[in-house]
Design a binder for this molecule. Sequence first.
Ligand SMILES: *[C@@H]1O[C@H](CO)[C@@H](O)[C@H](O)[C@H]1NC(C)=O
Ligand SMILES: *[C@@H]1O[C@H](CO)[C@@H](O)[C@H](O)[C@H]1NC(C)=O
Ligand SMILES: *[C@@H]1O[C@H](CO)[C@@H](O)[C@H](O)[C@H]1NC(C)=O
Ligand SMILES: *[C@@H]1O[C@H](CO)[C@@H](O)[C@H](O)[C@H]1NC(C)=O
Length: 407
Amino acid sequence: MVPSRSLSSLLALPALAFLSLSASALPHARTASSTAVLELAVRMNSYGMKSIVAADRARIETLQARGSPSVDTTNTGVAYTANISVGYPETYYTFLLDTGSSNTWIGTNKAYQKTSSSYDTGGTFKVGYGDEKNPKYASGKEYLDYVTLNSDLIIYNQSIGVASSDPGLGDVDGLLGLGPVDLTQGTVSNANKVPTVMDNLYAQGYIDSEVLGVFFAPASSDDSTGELTFGGYDASKITGDINYVSITSTSPANTYWGIDQSISYGSTSILNQTAGIVDTGSTLILIASDAFSTYQSATGGTPDESTGLLKISSDQYDKLSSLYFTTGGVTYELTPNAQIWPRSLNTAINGTTDGIYLIVADNGSPSGSGLDFINGYCFLERFYSVYDTTNSRVGLATTDYTFATTN
Ligand SMILES: *[C@@H]1O[C@H](CO)[C@@H](O)[C@H](O)[C@H]1NC(C)=O
Ligand SMILES: *[C@@H]1O[C@H](CO)[C@@H](O)[C@H](O)[C@H]1NC(C)=O
Ligand SMILES: *[C@@H]1O[C@H](CO)[C@@H](O)[C@H](O)[C@H]1NC(C)=O
Ligand SMILES: *[C@@H]1O[C@H](CO)[C@@H](O)[C@H](O)[C@H]1NC(C)=O
């Protein structure tokens, strides 16, 4: 069965009404606010891709080599977009939000409209995405312009690339880079680094600290949506405290949002404390090959060719234990229901409607690689996450969905 191209629009999830910010007049006044919330549309793709496992594994290989992962939206499992305007008067574009890269640019799907606020820097930009063997580039001219989030939060002089070629954004109009500013080094001809959207929100006084809070409801739940909070976290979305853990010192995990974590399946230890990452750009939970084989024998899952995932029977599902992730002295429980792919979305990943597929997959290398796990979307739809640049730490908290049985 070939997944149809309309899938991504079918699964494009309804947007959440954003929390209102105090309004500001265009174009001079600024919103004085310690946080700003941006609504997200979350979409699952499978068009043209062999399997979500293959897409996630290609991503981890790129991360292990310290590259910027592919942003080809037709070839990733999960993508987040937001409706953001550029210029004054405003033109709206659908931006892909990417924590794995840091430049912001507009692609070829919708032409950049020059307005009174456009400033041509005379420079050019070029950013490579994907793996070294098959890199794809976004390149073109570099401008400064207004970027407006949620209609009333105007970032001045945001560095924006206007691409004459892009690496396959499909029907998405641009990319908004949420990664660290160091990843912009060498990407713009007449600058060393260019400030990211996050840097400008901080420098222009909109937020008190460079902190990003991320909420995703499960893709299969009734209120399937996401929300980014700039400058903090949304207390209404969490059910306990945020617990923070420092960025790991282990390379290459420390280049990204890397933490030290151990994992147990029930009372069986499957991965002793080791470094890995929390990553909004991966779909699954990936663990080192040795940990994965312990998990596979403990669950009784068998590799399924159609999806690339482990498949279990309903008897095995009934006997599934929780997975426990311990980081920063706190243990997060991923329930049996949270360990399976949402059955209502089985056909999106080339599975059968009644199949039960596990969302824990093999990262393709033995533990000790310096990037032994990825807590991807399937983890982050159960736990709120906070990316704190100012204090070099990651925070996690339980949500209403931690123990939900949406899958
Ligand atoms: C983006 O927001 C603007 C202003 O609210 C609206 O006119 C436009 O239709 C939205 N675009 C999408 C793709 O939702
Ligand atoms: C934006 O950049 C231009 C050109 O460098 C400068 O003249 C202007 O003052 C800047 N505006 C703001 C609001 O920072
Ligand atoms: C974790 O470390 C303990 C103590 O060294 C060891 O007994 C156990 O086998 C290790 N677990 C794994 C999954 O490697
Ligand atoms: C879907 O599964 C079938 C076997 O069940 C396989 O032949 C085919 O390659 C799979 N398609 C994709 C896109 O993975």
